[in-house]
Each structure stands twice: as C-alpha cells, then as structure tokens.
Ligand binder design. Structure first.
Ligand SMILES: [Zn+2]
Ligand SMILES: [Zn+2]
Length: 343
C-alpha cells in the first residue's frame, strides 16, 4: 500500500503488520542489552551499533540520538537521556518489556531537536521513521467545541504515519494515524476502551453501532470487526475522518464487504479541516455497511436512520462528569435514542 502522506511504502495491510507480531521487538540470540538511566546524562558520548539481525535495544538507540543532539548543540552534557524526547513505537501495542527496535520502527517526539538535527537523525539512526516537534498543546480537536481550527505538530523529518494494534476476540485491529495531527494515546494494558466496546456490542452483535467522535476509528471499527452489520463513524476533524476511512480499508479483511468507496482524499479534506454539517467520506458495499462522516456529532442525527436505535459510544476528551457532558448525552438521547456510553 502507498502511504497517503509521503507516497512511500511505510504503510502495510493489517495482515502484513499482524504477521510481524509478536516477534518484531524481541532480540535474537546475539542482540546485546544495555539498560541506561533515563533520568541521568549519558555516562560517555558513545553508543553501540545495531546487531547483525538489524535490531538494537531502545536505550542504545536513545544513546545514539543523544550523542547526535549533543553534537548539534540541541542538548547539553548535563541533560538527562530522557531530554531526547518520547518514543512512539511502530506498530505500537501494550508491551511488557522494552523493545529491541528494527529499522523504521520509531517515531520520536522531541521538544529539543531542530529541523537540521532531525534530518541528520533520520540519515544516521536506521530505527527512525520520523521526527516530530513536541509542543505544549494537544494536536487535533481537544475539546467538544469545534469553533477554532485545531493546531498540529510540525513534522521535522521523515514521515509521521504509524500504527497501533488493538487486540479483539477475533483478531488484532491495525489503526494507522498521522501523528502530527492526532492526539497521542499510549496503548493501555488491558485495553479498557476496546473491552467496553466488546461488552456493549455483545454476542450475537447489536444491529447498529455509532462512534460519534471516532478519532482514527478504533472503537467504531472494533464494532464492525466484531460483526455489527451497520456502523457509523463520525469526527469533525478532517485528519480523524480521513484516517477512519483509511483504517476501514486497512482492516477490510475482517469485514463482510465487497468494496470500500472513499469519496475524498487527504489533500481535498485539508481544505475543510473542521466541518459542522456532515460530509460523507467513505462507505462500504456488501453485506456489512460501514459509513464514515466528517462533521459535528451534534448534527450527526440528521443523517442517521434511527430505527432500530443504535448503541452509541462517545469517546470525548472531556470525560469527567460535568453538566456539558450530560447535556451532550441528553441531546443525543432526545434525537437518536438507544444506549449511549462513554468508554
Ligand atoms: Zn509515509
Ligand atoms: Zn540481534
């Protein structure tokens, strides 16, 4: 598959990604391990090379990036190793031990590196896929209001597309995202949101499921992969709606569908970053119907047929028990009905 952002081959189908697990981050018999104190500076400005198997322990990769960033003047010798930034591993999933990284398996979020350093890191550190400037805001839509155009992070070098894996009872879901545009959510062990969807979908599955603020589509596509015959995904932010449609295509092997029709490409959607009224971005043809919309969830009821009423998930950023959350759920019940839950 061609990457919709960089046009290169950094995107694989769900089947290809899943085939790499669980061995992808495990060492070979020759791999060496050096555990470093992340809160302290690197003891000496040295790092080990990748093993002949192509992998290198994550701390050693951080040592390499630290040395480059000190040489470029982005870090001081007194800075701790953790000042290099935060790792986003590709494909990401809840791991019980630190990974041995193969080539192109790491996206670095860094507050410290300049663009020049990032380009040097991409040239010299084979494990890197991309380097993103970390800033003090959440990229994408971070509240239930849609009045302002969301801010995004800057991609300093490489590509910012990566995937997270979510285990379902009938196989792992692969969810791609463009990490400069989508808020960062580290996979939590036990995957409580996925478990909540499995429980609400039930077995046999409910007839109709709505993911009202879908992000890149994880919960709605989980419902589709669990066999729900009709699923609607919706998000006001173009990057979320686009990646929901893309992930529908990536995970199509789980679905009883003949075809995914995608109506708008990423570059067209960038021209309408936030939508109030629904625009259909994708739909399937075949036994199962999955639809993806870009729009405000407050208007979503205008494009839904509500007989039978759906089970609806609201994965809101603002989850605490506030009057505004109650208002959102009450409004939804009034227009749409059915069961509503916050995962
Ligand atoms: Zn790419
Ligand atoms: Zn090895």
């Amino acid at each position: 598959m061609k990457c919709p952002v960089c046009g290169m081959d950094c995107v694989k189908s769900a089947k290809e990604i899943v085939a790499l697990l669980p061995a992808i981050f495990l060492p070979c018999a020759e791999c060496s391990i050096r555990i470093l104190d992340k809160r302290a500076p690197l003891p000496t400005l040295e790092y080990g090379q990748p093993c002949s198997c192509g992998k290198r322990f994550i701390d050693e990769v951080f040592a390499h990036m630290y040395v480059v960033m000190v040489e470029e003047g982005d870090l001081q010798l007194t800075d701790p190793l953790i000042a290099v930034g935060s790792p986003l591993v590709h494909p990401g999933y809840a791991m019980d031990r630190p990974p041995f990284l193969p080539q192109k398996s790491l996206t670095l979020l860094t507050p410290a590196a300049t663009k020049k350093t990032a380009e040097r890191l991409m040239d010299e550190v084979p494990e890197l896929r991309g380097v993103i400037k970390k800033e003090n805001f959440i990229p994408g839509i971070a509240s239930a209001t849609i009045d302002s155009v969301p801010r995004v992070y800057e991609l300093l070098a490489g590509c910012d597309v990566r995937a997270d894996i979510f285990p379902l009872r009938n196989g792992p879901l692969v969810m791609y995202k463009q990490q400069t545009r989508i808020h960062i959510e580290f996979p939590r062990s036990g995957y409580p949101k996925i478990r909540a969807v499995e429980q609400r979908v039930g077995n046999p599955p409910v007839k109709f499921f709505v993911d009202a603020c879908s992000g890149v589509g994880t919960l709605g596509l989980a419902a589709a992969c669990l066999g729900v015959p009709h699923v609607v995904l919706n998000d006001a932010w173009y990057a979320s709606a686009f990646w929901s449609a893309f992930n529908l295509e990536v995970n199509r092997e789980y679905l009883r569908i003949d075809r995914v029709r995608i109506f708008e490409q990423e570059e067209d959607m960038q021209k309408h970053p936030v939508m109030n009224e629904q625009v259909k971005i994708a739909e399937t043809e075949g036994e199962q119907s999955v639809e993806v919309y870009q729009g405000n969830f407050r208007q979503l009821h205008t494009v839904l047929s509500v007989n039978p009423p759906p089970v609806t998930v609201f994965d809101l950023f603002e989850k605490s028990d506030t009057p505004s959350v109650h208002r959102i759920l009450d409004d939804w019940k009034k227009h749409v009905g059915g069961e509503v839950f916050i995962p």
